[in-house]
Structure formats: C-alpha cells, structure tokens
Design a protein around this ligand. Structure first.
Ligand code: ZN
Length: 112
C-alpha cells in the first residue's frame, strides 16, 4: 500500500472513531425521553420534542456518513478506493480531498 493510502486509511479510521463518538453521545439521550411531559408545560415539552427531532436527523446523517466511511475503508483494502461504486469511473482527486470517504462520483452521489 502506498504512503498516501496509509494516510487516507488513518484519516478514515479517525473519522470513523469521531462519528462513533458522536453517535454514542446521541444514543445515550433516549433513556431520558420518558420523562418528557406533553401535558402541563406544553412549551417546554414541544421544544424538547423539536430538539429530539433534530437529534434524530443529525443521528441519521451521522449514520449515513459512517456507512460511507466504512465503505471507503473497504474500498481501500479492495483496491477500488477513488473509483465510483456505481459507474466505476474515477471519483476525482478534488472531490476525495474535500470528502475522503466519498464512494461515488459527483454525478452518482446526486442520484442517491
Ligand atoms: Zn459514478
């Protein structure tokens, strides 16, 4: 494996750890949700419910990114890193620099 691949592998596993830590923080929360009352203190309950919804959205987004990071790590070991999973064309170095866990080219990513 060339040096830049090692650097990419290190970067991806660091990103993976970061995402898992963020997911871990979000996943601790639901245990507290049972105490939310939508009764008397409506304003407070509603804002907490809204906050919970945005947490779910963040959680979903983190999981999608984590799946991409996992796939990119797999592609490194398969030797297909840098190639699109859909059309097998090059993802492009600029895109990979901005998004090292990209597993699809810009065109195919837009179709997801
Ligand atoms: Zn493609």
């Amino acid at each position: 494996m060339p040096d830049d691949m090692h650097a990419t592998a290190a970067l991806l596993s660091a990103k993976r750890a970061e995402l898992q830590a963020q997911l871990g923080v979000l996943e601790v929360r639901p245990a507290d949700q049972g105490s939310i009352s939508f009764g008397k203190r409506v304003g407070e309950g509603t804002s907490m419910a809204v906050e919970r919804l945005s947490q779910v959205a963040v959680h979903d987004r983190l999981q999608v990114t984590l799946a991409d990071v996992d796939r990119a790590i797999a592609k490194l070991s398969e030797g297909t890193y840098g190639r699109c999973d859909v059309c097998e064309g090059p993802i492009g170095s600029e895109r990979l620099e901005a998004l090292p866990w990209a597993t699809r080219c810009v065109r195919d990513a837009a179709r997801r």
